[in-house]
Design a protein around this ligand. Sequence first.
Ligand code: CU
Length: 176
Amino acid sequence: MEIKGIRAAAVAVAVAVAMVAAASVVEGKEERVGGSSGWTILGNVDYSKWASSHTFYVGDSLLFVYNSQFHNVKQVSRRDFHSCNASSAIATYTSGSDTVPLKRPGHYYFLCGFPGHCQAGQKVHVIVTSSSLPPTPAPAPSPFASAAPEVSARNDAVSSAVSRVLAAAVGVVFFM
Ligand SMILES: [Cu+2]
């Protein structure tokens, strides 16, 4: 009786762990803009370097962390990004801990609307890629390939991560 109860509990725990792990793999990642420095004009954070060292996919999100007394986040057009014009923002965030979901592929431009901050470098441009496509052009198709395997590479990576977790969970249950 007691063994059965323990086994049932182990199964429940294993299934819960697998579901949480699978969800975290599929839902995308949250990237803190500027890393540990956050969203600031202090320390000469190079936001273009930060952006180019990360890859963003649809479903990911940006997290802007800052002191809301001194900064804000404005999503702007490409043109306004280059001219540091904060007066016609597409979206404005002011909480000091703002999550911006990246729902579509394309270019996203953000700057701080406080006077002088954008000019001082508090601006970031990120390029978001569709999750089912690689960020670089696929190589020329091989006559031996039945379908373009590059296109589904990320999806395969996700499903193999999920199956590894599920296999591990099943292993735990059998081990009991
Ligand atoms: Cu600012």
